[in-house]
Design a protein around this ligand. Structure first.
Ligand SMILES: [Cu+2]
Length: 120
C-alpha cells in the first residue's frame, strides 16, 4: 500500500515543487468523495481552490477501490488506491488554471470518474 504513496511523493519532488524548503506543508485542502453507491464517479464534477500548496483528498465511502489523481499545469500525480473508508491524497503546488482530477484505477477515468478543479 505504501508504494504508490512513495512514488507520488517522488513525483512531486521530481517536479521540483518541494524544493523551496521552509514551507512545504499544504496551506489548504481540496476535498471530494467517490460516489457512495459504487458508481464510477466523484460526488462533484467541479471544484475550486486557491493557488498555493494544497492536499487534494478523496474519501472513498464505497466498496469499489478508488484513488485520486491530478494533472495539469505540469502536474501529473496519483495517490494510493484505497478501499471503503480510506482516503487517497496527493500534495500539489497549485497555480492559477484548470486541473483535471481523475481516478487512476483501471477504466474509471474513461467511465467518467473525473472532476475539473479551477484554481484562482
Ligand atoms: Cu475509481
Amino acid at each position: 500500500m505504501l508504494r504508490p504513496l512513495v512514488l507520488g511523493v517522488l513525483g512531486v519532488l521530481a517536479l521540483g515543487f518541494a524544493a523551496c524548503g521552509a514551507d512545504e506543508r499544504p496551506r489548504s485542502s481540496v476535498r471530494l468523495e467517490a460516489a457512495a453507491d459504487g458508481s464510477l464517479r466523484f460526488e462533484r464534477d467541479a471544484l475550486e481552490a486557491r493557488a498555493g500548496r494544497a492536499a487534494i483528498e478523496m474519501a472513498n465511502p464505497s466498496d469499489i477501490p478508488h484513488a485520486i489523481g491530478a494533472r495539469g499545469n505540469g502536474i501529473d500525480d496519483v495517490g494510493e488506491t484505497v478501499g471503503r473508508d480510506g482516503t487517497s491524497s496527493v500534495e500539489v503546488e497549485l497555480e492559477p488554471g484548470v486541473y483535471e482530477l481523475f481516478c487512476p484505477v483501471g477504466g474509471h477515468e474513461q467511465a467518467g470518474m473525473t472532476a475539473k478543479l479551477t484554481v484562482r
